[in-house]
Design a protein around this ligand. Structure first.
Ligand code: GDP
Length: 295
């Protein structure tokens, strides 16, 4: 995903390392190229601008590390700042609160919400939790069926939602059913639309207010680049999300969403989807991604 960005940064750094001593001009020229490389990777322009400003301040400052050459120092600063940009550390799922707790999954249709619900069930079960799946998308009967099939496949209980029920009612009743079934974590697969609309947001707010989830996760498709960032911003404004699952990170998108979401929304990416299979969900580690970008 970041092949292009990695290659571009590598060539900038090679040039910088070639100078024994770095002048302000060398640094500025290098950073101009870094900025271009970020924009080409579909990083939000504001994020790229602030990023370059932070790197420049540090690179021109008095951060002398005797073990590193000036060129290596710039690479280290870029690495640190890339990590910080994505939130520094992995942030885990918030499952605090009276049991059973609810995790609400939200996102546009096709983003990978239902698949991620199944993936989370697998990962929670590995941690010894007892997940309970709740299909709350009553507008697409296929969505209810999809989650039911996933539940059967995984041997995880699924609330028998009916397309005629109100989604808020489904989530309320599902909590009681989950408790009876001895489950501790509800995964609410809410409705998605092709575009953000007010009716959808109103419904999600009603569900949130009723179930008081410990976590609201937005599932956003990394392949949509800047759109994923805008979508995260809109969902966060309406719902105050806890974090993002960036799906389809195995695709050939340019990666800008991964680098921009935290900085634009203030909300961390908690997981990434790296394939269609149910074991292809990974906790997101900013430092590891930064290191892999820098090679
Ligand atoms: P929903 O409408 O948001 O519930 O989306 P789905 O869960 O039905 O997923 C839409 C499509 O994206 C399906 O074909 C999934 O297999 C696929 N998908 C979901 N997550 C990933 C991922 O991390 N990587 C890849 N390659 N495909 C994914």
């Amino acid at each position: 995903m970041f092949d292009n960005l990695s290659a571009r940064l590598d060539s900038v750094f090679k040039k910088l390392k070639g100078h024994g001593k770095l002048t302000e001009k060398n640094i500025e020229e290098g950073l101009k190229e870094v900025r271009m490389a970020l924009l080409e990777a579909d990083v939000h322009y504001k994020v790229a601008k602030n990023f370059i400003a932070s790197v420049k301040t540090r690179a021109l400052g008095q951060e002398v590390m005797r073990s590193l050459t000036p060129g290596q120092q710039v690479v280290k600063i870029v690495n640190d700042e890339l990590t910080a940009l994505m939130g520094s550390q992995n942030e885990s799922l918030n499952l605090s609160g009276p049991k059973p707790v609810s995790v609400m999954l939200v996102g546009l249709q096709g983003s990978g919400k239902t698949t991620t619900t199944g993936k989370l069930a697998v990962s929670l079960r590995k941690e010894g939790k007892k997940p309970y799946l709740v299909p709350a998308d009553v507008y697409r009967p296929a969505a209810i069926e999809q989650l039911r099939t996933l539940g059967e496949q995984l041997d995880v209980p699924v609330y028998p939602s009916d397309g005629d029920m109100d989604p808020v009612e489904i989530c309320r009743k599902a909590r009681i059913a989950a408790q009876k079934a001895g489950c501790d974590t509800l995964l609410l697969d809410t409705a998605g639309r092709l575009h953000i609309d007010e009716a959808l947001m109103d419904e999600l707010v009603r569900i949130r207010d009723e179930v008081q989830p410990s976590e609201i996760l937005l599932v956003a498709d990394a392949m949509t680049g800047q759109d994923a960032v805008n979508i995260a911003e809109s969902f966060d404004k309406a719902l105050d999300i806890g974090g993002v699952v960036l799906s389809k990170m195995d695709g050939d998108a340019r990666g800008g969403a991964a680098l921009s979401i935290k900085s634009i929304t203030g909300k961390p990416i908690k997981f990434i989807g790296v394939g269609e299979k149910l074991n292809q969900l990974e906790p997101f580690h900013p430092d590891r991604l930064a290191s892999s970008i820098l090679g």
